[in-house]
Write a protein that binds this ligand. Sequence first.
Ligand code: ADP
Ligand code: ASP
Ligand code: MG
Length: 465
Amino acid sequence: MIVMKFGGSSVESAPAIRRVAGIVAARLERRPVVVVSAMGRTTNRLLVIAAAAAGGDRARALDLLRELHRDHMREAGELVRAASAGELHARLDEMFLELEDLVKGLSVLGELTPRSTDAISSYGERLSSEIVTRAFENLGVPATHLDARGVIVTDHRHTQAAPLYHETYERLARIIPPLTSHGVVVMGGFIGSTLEGVTSTLGRGGSDLTASLVGAGIRADEIQIWTDVDGMLTADPRIFAGPYRVKTISFAEAAELAYFGAKVLHPSTVLPAIESGIPVLILNSRRPKVAGTRIVRETVHADNVAKAIACKRDITLLNIVSTRMLMAHGFLRRIFEVFDRYETPVDMVATSEVSVSLTIDNAARLDDITRELSAFAEVSVERDQAILCLVGENIRRTPGVASRVFRALEPVNVLMISQGASLLNLSVVVAGADLVRAVERLHDEFFSNPDPAIFEPVQTGAVAV
Ligand code: ADP
Ligand code: ASP
Ligand code: MG
């Protein structure tokens, strides 16, 4: 068995879903289990609808919902033959009626809880998985739909729920293998339910995690993450023109890159796969012939020091200074307790005797955090910063990497630098406005002479199917 996960852009339209059917059909003998994201930007659209409804703009919420309904009906209509279209359309109508009830309920309550956010955002994958199942059948690929909420069990942290691994693996192993004899199993990513059966979601980008959980649960031979780029690239192609495809990368490197912003993989994805030693492949659904990126357990040797550069925008930098705390023990603990209380992860930290600089990605609780910190320290906040992270197993073995980074970034003001505890990353903070230039300069410095065993230029142009 293999798991094939198709992201939002891979199932965004009828032609995209037809391409997916072709890719899956060519691999039927490997008994694929298909995990799909919501179509295109549906999750964003649902969240906008939910916010409009709860914010009192009921008419706009209902208008946007009707638009989403139309879009789904149109693409579904192009995928299924008239004979079976009625059934699918009826099913979609039914789900959109439920959504309408939810939207009306939210507008009465005027409040959007994490739990009701999940109730609404889960429909993206519920819709796409049913459409893809029926499309497969119509295109001659035998398929059977599985409601992911029956197998992915999570805790109660709605909108970013964590899987309950034991229960989830038990259900996946019990329920999926027998279903594969009825054809390709198709399920939605991202969604799950609590033990009590309340719908939950795994956080944005969570379909990758679903794929990895399913892979581990059914002991798949391989997990394939099909997306809109050729694989893990040496830099985000939206920021840097001309990155290389990384042919093979270790789990540790991939996890680090994902955490520091390489959105092509969700940060938690690799863990279940590592634990079960299942290889993960990243592939391009628009160019299925490209070999993609293979993520493996062992270290991957390359002549270059780094495998790739990841970056995160919209980072907030906090400088926390307390002269009173000079040499006092317990200062760091007090600081981190505040971040812990407001459930705000800290990404990078640099300390001196009287000050601590750190970065956070999620600034939703920033006001509370600065208020509490101000009780015992002076706090200054700089928004709109960016983290750049150079990742590669060779970094820990190679002297002089930091000086190369500084030299490359000479014209850019580096606000913070840190070598992660894993020793396979070196991260710097720069102003958001300097990000593009900094990525270009780092890329020139570390990839001007790419090892052909590991890196390959990304081909552009004709789409080979
Ligand atoms: P999907 O909808 O398939 O889950 P995502 O949008 O979540 O796709 O992830 C794919 C995107 O990740 C790419 O379009 C690319 O812009 C972005 N990305 C960021 N960093 C990298 C990187 N280092 N390599 C490849 N893609 C990256
Ligand atoms: N549809 C969800 C999102 O947009 C999950 C995913 O695509 O991975 O975040
Ligand atoms: Mg994604």
